[in-house]
Ligand binder design. Sequence first.
Ligand code: B12
Ligand code: SF4
Ligand code: SF4
Length: 370
Amino acid sequence: MKEEIRKRAFELGFDACGFTSADPPESGVYLEKWLQSDRHASMSYMQRTLSRRLDLRKTMPAARSVIVLSAGYHLECWNKMPATVSGIEKGDQSSRDTGHSAASTQRRRAYIAGYARFTDYHYALGERLRVLSDFIRKLAQADAESLCYVDTGPVMERDLAQRAGIGFIGKNTNLISPKLGNWTFLAEILTSLELEPDTPAKNRCGTCSRCLTACPTNAFADAFVLDARMCLSFHTIESKGAIPIEFRPLIGNRLFGCDDCLTVCPWNRFAEPGRIMAPEHRRVFDDPDIVMLINASEGELRRLLENTPLARLWRRRFLRNLCVVAGNSGLDDVAPGLMRYAADADEIVSEHAKWGLNRIGLRNSANNAL
Ligand code: B12
Ligand code: SF4
Ligand code: SF4
């Protein structure tokens, strides 16, 4: 049965399919320590769902096995992921993390994390997961129970993926697949069927530590331990409030997410293009023009973000990030847009816009505009 499931998963476009038991995760103790040290920042759902993350039978008592799927999102046309621009404030536009030099024209370009440059992966993967789950039910010829998740459930997805042999958890805490590098989504089907577990993957970082030194904010407390309070991915995606002042310059041109600790990983050199995600690619998200974005109308922006992972940031969080990125660009052309948002009724938006104006040296203009 396992081979038939695997075959169907590949037909549906998944790049890997592995099996593990529904037993508790092996790295649960690290999750507990992480929470105790407040490294989850304001992601209180991680604390609330702890007991279910530590035992997935609390969510689905009949669960016997977990089928773990991965879907790559690397694209041939990226070659290497484009650079983020850190350290603009020091007048140094080279990205220390990727080794790519960011030419001066790139001051105009915002950075969107690779995983978000597509139609929302929850749709593309969720639909295929349901098809696979129906296939398994028919195959089993029994009343098999199942539950599907794509980044949506109280489960430790990377732990399960490592145990199912999909790849290994690297020092950057990401699940790295020998075939897809760091550029892969994870998804699972919890099932009541008893399926023989695959062999777990072993860590293959060796003596490398490139990801730990590449992080622009030193967010790694140690190898394998990420402090979300320091992470730009957290501040630009998950955090609902103001971005702490000290992180704003470090955000550089990162409009949504951060990939630096992933980009530098040598395992990416083997990355094959993702089959499911390639047709969902939104080319405009590869290097959107900051000046265009900050001066666009709200209707234009909403249409641009529609059905992508960025849509859930609308409106406050997206504009918050945009104002920071516009300020960091140092370009005069962003001033009209920033002035408009400086007068916004949403205090978070207006405060970040004023910060942006201040950053490009136009604090007085901002005051005059209000
Ligand atoms: C919370 C969360 C975040 C938070 C916290 C990240 C984190 N590292 O925990 C923030 C917002 C920062 C984040 C960022 C990103 N995320 Co996120 N996130 C999650 C989520 C919901 C839970 C992760 C979790 O359980 N964290 C708890 C901590 C304790 O786990 P951990 O840091 O991964 O640490 C593990 C290991 O390092 C190990 N460990 C810890 N300490 C130690 C110590 C030793 C000595 C050892 C040996 C091991 C060890 O055990 C831990 C548990 O397995 C998952 C979905 C899910 N349900 O699993 C997606 C998920 C992990 N995210 C994902 C993605 C794509 C990202 C980003 C790449 C997005 C981006 N480009 O901006 C970044 C990557 C940043 C990074 N380096 O992790 C994908 C990752 C896919 C993959 N290949 O791994 C997931 C799986 C969603 C999905 N279904 O595709 N994310
Ligand atoms: S995503 Fe960026 S900020 Fe977060 S740990 Fe990785 S390199 Fe650091
Ligand atoms: S950059 Fe090096 S240390 Fe970090 S995850 Fe990749 S192989 Fe491991």
